[in-house]
Design a protein around this ligand. Structure first.
Ligand code: NAP
Length: 236
């Protein structure tokens, strides 16, 4: 176990994209990190990079797998109470995304298992290992609010994650619960959402990280935030 002054975080889906960009900012600030992703090679590359600045435990696996979630909990037990849980891992579903009337229901179930059930399951398994006042971040999307054609599977999963987060916050005033729209980001998921399109005009995920840090390090009330509407120390 690390000393009681250090800050501990678990970030899901931190082998690339927004999760890795956030981990890159937290590690040099003295955070001890637990990270995961399904792809072991990319996760190991992230662990090696992040380990240059601080303690990083990387556990490959799928957040929908109960055995993998148990491994994450065991790592948290060894590390010490968590200050921060970031439910960032998410899948888009089919690429290109089908209209709802053609949406394969088995894939929809997988999207919901990953984007909605797994974040709650992880919190259920971990909540005894959170410090009082801990920060829980669930990464959602404007697709959870707006009715974009073709976004019915992923978008409805993010809508469910938003409402789940809202009620979690009402039921748990001892935590800061944030559900956050990071904005469009130039990542693998975004390319899958726009197959064959040039997405080079979208900002890199690093642009969304200062808003996340403002919430993590601040005292904002639980609620929904747009990452890029926040600057360090500033509420939406
Ligand atoms: N990119 C955008 O424009 C955008 C916009 C709004 C919201 N978001 C949200 O922002 C968050 C980050 O997205 P991103 O664009 O950075 O995506 P990304 O580049 O596809 O990265 C997703 C990360 O999650 C991991 N992951 C995916 N499924 C997983 C699973 N079942 N178990 C464990 N890890 C898993 C991926 O690694 P593996 O594939 O190896 O598992 C990867 O590390 C997501 O919640 C996304 O919905 C993105």
């Amino acid at each position: 176990m690390t000393n009681s002054q250090s800050r501990n975080a678990l970030i899901t889906g931190a082998s690339r994209g927004l999760g890795l960009a956030l981990a890159r900012q937290l590690a040099p600030q003295g955070w001890n990190l637990i990270i995961d992703a399904r792809g072991a090679d990319a996760l190991e590359a992230a662990r090696i990079e992040l380990s240059h600045t601080d303690s990083v435990i990387a556990i490959p696996g799928d957040v929908t797998d109960p055995a993998h979630r148990r491994s994450l909990v065991e790592a948290a037990q060894k590390l010490g109470p968590l200050d921060l849980l970031v439910n960032n891992a998410s899948i888009l579903g089919p690429s290109p995304q089908p209209a709802l009337l053609e949406y394969p229901l088995d894939v929809l179930e997988q999207v919901y298992r990953t984007n909605v059930i797994a974040p709650l399951a992880l919190l259920q398994a971990l909540h005894h290992h959170l410090k009082p006042g801990a920060c829980i971040i669930n990464i959602t999307s404007d697709a959870g609010v707006e009715a974009y054609e073709g976004w019915g599977g992923y978008g409805s999963s993010k809508a469910a994650l938003e409402q789940l987060s809202h009620i979690l916050a009402a039921e748990n005033p001892q935590w800061r619960v944030y559900w956050i729209d990071p904005g469009d980001m130039r990542t693998q998921m975004h390319q899958e959402a726009f197959p064959g399109e040039d997405i080079s005009d979208r900002p890199l995920p690093e642009v969304s990280v200062p808003g996340l840090l403002a919430l993590i390090n601040g005292t904002h009330p639980s609620g929904r935030y747009a990452a890029r509407a926040l600057s360090p120390g500033e509420a939406q």
